[in-house]
Design a protein around this ligand. Sequence first.
Ligand code: ATP
Ligand code: MG
Length: 393
Amino acid sequence: MEPERNAVYLVKVGELTLKSGNIKDFEQRLTQNAQLYLEGKNARVRLRAGRMYVEAPEASAGAVEYMLTHLVGIAGWARATIVDRDIAAIKKAVYAEGLKARASGAKTFKVEARRSDKAFPLNSYEISRESGEALYDEGILAVDVHRPDATITVEVREQCYVYGSQHPGHRGLPCGTGGKGLLLLSGGIDSPVAGFRMLARGMKIDCLYFHSHPYTSPEAQEKVETLAKTLARYGVGTHLNVVPFTKVQERIRDSAPPDYATILLRMCMMKVANMACGITGAKAIVTGESLGQVASQTIENLTVTNGFAAYPVLRPLIGMDKDEIIAVAKRIGTYETSILPYEDCCVLFSPKHPVLRAKADETGEIYEAMGIEQMLGEAFAAREHKRFGWLEG
Ligand code: ATP
Ligand code: MG
């Protein structure tokens, strides 16, 4: 009996090829991140010439595919078969892929061959033509080189790889190459997407959530924890800091003009975010704001909020519309959680007519008059801390 072959995956490493300066660091980080998901799985991860190769025993194939559907920094991946470097073996593997494609509904196909080893006796065109022959001779699939239902790829390298369908990956830069950001995470649709966006630019993301028990329910917080857990899977883990903000919200309600409640709350959040950055080593604050989406998100109000941040405020969704944001939320699996009905704190204290164009000096004076600084320090000191890992569960 033949020994059981390892499961083999070929991974296209997207944008890394562009970053000539620090490409070594990026490649190393990508490999390390991939290995983190596969600890104890007997898997081997290698990166060579813009390709990542993952090999693991069949029993670990599920773990490899979990990694590939969460790892950031790859353009796409496919499970491949390694075959002997001769055309008979290639034909057999292409035939098997063709049958699989047929079984999943494909009617047409093409074979795309690449040959980096020029010593191989056939050129790419010949490999494509010969290896697909049996499939169209036997009427299993018809050839369509322009818009095939299925593409079967043959790569003749130091080994020979054959694979069928390719899965898209999460493009971007490997998490951990872009410093750390502190995400203001609420239970809405936007902030988890904002966190993912920065994560996919290489940032490690820690999260900060403000709750207002008993005005907000425990379910609202559970929702945020679920969102943090989902982000953790892409970000090789995350920390969630939960800060009690009830007293702060009540102080704002009782001592400031109602129209200013939302912007004052944002300013208080920034002050606490500064404290959290100081402790976590984050170099930026990330929010899910999008210009004009709600009254508090005018350029004037965002500018006033910025004045209270001691770090750059990154708003990756600033120019995106809601449909685009929702599409990302669905892709990364946060949407279903975000649309659960439990309200986060802002909604309950929201004024009917929030100030649209806050002025920095005026708003600053209202803020000062509230005498809220000490309360903010106490709220931060009373925070709860949770850590979520990158594996499911
Ligand atoms: P989201 O969908 O992310 O909740 P939103 O469109 O509802 O955003 P706002 O409620 O105005 O907008 O909040 C703007 C941003 O402020 C959020 O994207 C988030 O980054 C931050 N934020 C709001 N509420 C909280 C909270 N309770 N805890 C932490 N951050 C918050
Ligand atoms: Mg919200």
